[in-house]
Write a protein that binds this ligand. Structure first.
Ligand code: BGC
Length: 460
């Protein structure tokens, strides 16, 4: 498969957490893109409201946390040739030149977890979400790195001892390299013939290792966003462009994986909580360019298509909210503007704090489950802007709570400036930054603001 830039004049740009920005040089692809969006989203009608039980009340203490992910933060810590050396699909995708290289070090969260812990204590959070790297635990099919599993358990224990409740994500967007093959993208990752049994074994082993210290698990981070970007936009691994049927099959596999994980987690630890975490942008109607609301409804479906099939397995729903966007095809034509406008982030995302309120209300009405704002934040070089963003979004979360939404926690993304997938090292989401010499995390003004805020308002 050629790069998207070479693909008959079409280039996808800035797709992130759902369908976002696509630059198209030939109008011939417009109808194609629209039909693919509709086909993959499966409808033009508004998504139905699902029957939901009455929501349980807000409960103390509120979860103030922050989050990271293994691939974005961990150094590899293994040399090529060592039996524990591993690679992920993202490493291979980067070797193909389709995404920036992460490097071997990231933010040293594997060999210098201590630095993360120190920073978390300084911030004063009571929860921390991090993820386990499947490829590290299983560098080759069926070969288990017990030391790595023990180390993840030790991280969770250290957090717990420090009064910080660990929340563990079992899959944060990366697959082991042995499930990825660029010559057979239609059989890669979610579509690999061995993915389901391998996933079940990995989940069971990991939950068994973490069980003494962990009681909240996220089976998968944003499967909805990853599927769109990997099987429709061609932007993330496995890099398939406009492949609605592959998308549908991958969706089926991702739903099965989630349901299997939830079952295994409960078999291993009947008291554990299962949290589904989704990319949920605030889509706005665009009466002039989308008069029938077809695109708008398709975008709403892309928020909920996976979750609708697993919400019965979720004790908590995690809302990853970053931005608002008009749902219209012309919007896809525009290039990312970067942080040029004061209301945009380094990712080119439009800032709309009220969008968080609206998304929370929508999720509450649709599923009637407790919610955690599991990611919220922006990439910016302006700490002032970051503080304003956090303050305004927290205030919209409180507004939603006053409107009856049960919100149990809030996690700004992210602990420390890290590797940002397609954007590489160019964006600054962190509450802290890293001193590259000492690996120490330097608490940024936004981190200090967050620390003071949660001290002052332990219950929002
Ligand atoms: C992902 C993170 C990512 C963040 C900011 C979320 O979609 O879970 O991995 O860094 O958004 O783009």
């Amino acid at each position: 498969m050629q790069k998207p830039t070479d693909w008959k004049g079409m280039e996808c740009l800035g797709w992130k957490s759902g369908i976002k920005t696509v630059r198209i040089s030939s109008p011939i692809w417009l109808p194609l893109l629209l039909s693919a969006t509709l086909l993959t989203s499966g409808c033009i009608a508004p998504p139905k409201r699902l029957a939901s039980p009455p929501p349980p009340a807000n409960r103390s203490p509120f979860w103030w946390g922050t989050a990271t992910s293994s691939y974005q933060n961990e150094d590899r810590g293994e040399l090529p040739g060592s039996p524990d050396f591993f690679q992920t699909d993202w490493d291979l995708f980067a070797e193909e030149g389709r995404t920036p290289k992460r490097g071997e070090e990231a933010t040293f969260s594997w060999t210098h977890f201590e630095e993360d812990l120190k920073a978390l204590k300084k911030l004063g959070v009571n929860h921390f979400r991090f993820s386990v790297e499947w490829a590290r635990v299983e560098p080759c099919p069926g070969v288990i790195n017990q030391k790595a599993l023990q180390r993840y358990a030790e991280m969770a224990r250290r957090l717990k001892m420090a009064g910080i409740e660990p929340i563990v994500t079992l899959w944060h967007l990366t697959f082991p390299s042995w499930l990825y093959d660029r010559r057979h993208r239609h059989h890669a990752n979610f579509l690999h013939p061995d993915v389901l049994p391998a996933w079940q074994a990995y989940v069971r082993r990991t939950v068994q290792a973490l069980d003494p210290w962990v009681s909240t698990y996220v089976p998968m981070n944003e499967p909805n966003g990853s599927l769109k970007l990997g099987y429709v936009a061609g932007h993330w691994p496995p890099g398939l462009l406009l492949r609605p049927f592959a998308y549908k099959r991958a969706m089926r596999a991702a739903v099965t994986m989630f349901r299997d994980a939830a079952r295994i987690i409960r078999e291993e630890d009947p008291g554990a909580l299962v949290m589904g975490v989704y990319s949920l942008p605030d889509w706005r109607k665009s009466p002039l360019q989308d008069p029938t609301n077809a695109v708008y409804h398709a975008m709403l479906h892309s928020n909920f298509d996976h979750l609708d099939q697993v919400y019965d397995q979720c004790d908590i729903i995690g809302v990853n909210y970053y931005y608002s966007q008009e749902a219209n095809i012309l919007r896809f034509l525009r290039r990312d503007r970067g942080e040029a406008g004061s209301n945009y982030t380094q990712m080119g995302w439009e800032i709309r704090p009220e969008g968080l309120h609206d998304v929370l209300l929508r999720v509450h009405r649709r599923y009637g489950k407790p919610i955690v704002v599991s990611e919220n934040g922006l990439g910016t070089l302006s700490e002032q802007k970051k503080i304003r963003y956090l303050r305004e979004h927290i205030s919209q979360m409180r507004r939603a709570m006053a409107d009856g939404v049960v919100v149990r926690g809030y996690f700004p993304w992210t602990l420390v400036d890290n590797y940002e997938w397609k954007e590489g090292w160019k964006v600054n989401f962190g509450l802290t930054s890293m001193n590259p010499r000492t690996r120490e995390r330097i608490i940024e003004p936004s981190g200090l603001w967050f620390r003071d805020f949660i001290r002052k308002f332990p219950e929002p």
